[in-house]
Design a protein around this ligand. Structure first.
Ligand SMILES: [Zn+2]
Length: 101
């Protein structure tokens, strides 16, 4: 496993994981505060995305870099189904999959 992305935002980690999996790169989110408990966040345990096939690290990093460049200036929104608050760059709720209205 190789860590390719670290963020303070677990939603962003899940987004990046989806981005990589869409490209056929198997990835997992580590230190997800949603599963480990919010009180346990420490500097050394930020949510991170790891890929299983280290030989694809370059490809993964290029995808992430491209995604970060394309980050739109869209307003934040709230999921009408589950109430999750989402950054403007999300086009669907990462929690329940509902499309942005
Ligand atoms: Zn939702």
């Amino acid at each position: 496993m190789k860590e390719v992305f670290v963020t303070r935002n677990p939603a962003e980690a899940h987004l990046v994981r989806g981005l990589l999996e869409n490209a056929g790169i198997a990835a997992v989110v580590e230190n997800d505060v949603l599963t480990t408990g919010v009180g346990e966040i420490v500097e050394a345990a930020l949510p991170s995305v790891c890929i299983l096939d280290e030989s694809r690290a370059g490809e993964a990093e290029a995808l992430i870099a491209e995604w970060q460049r394309e980050e739109p200036e869209a307003p934040a929104w709230e999921c009408p189904k589950c109430g999750e608050k989402l950054d403007g760059r999300f086009t669907s709720c990462w929690e329940c999959g509902t499309e942005r209205p």
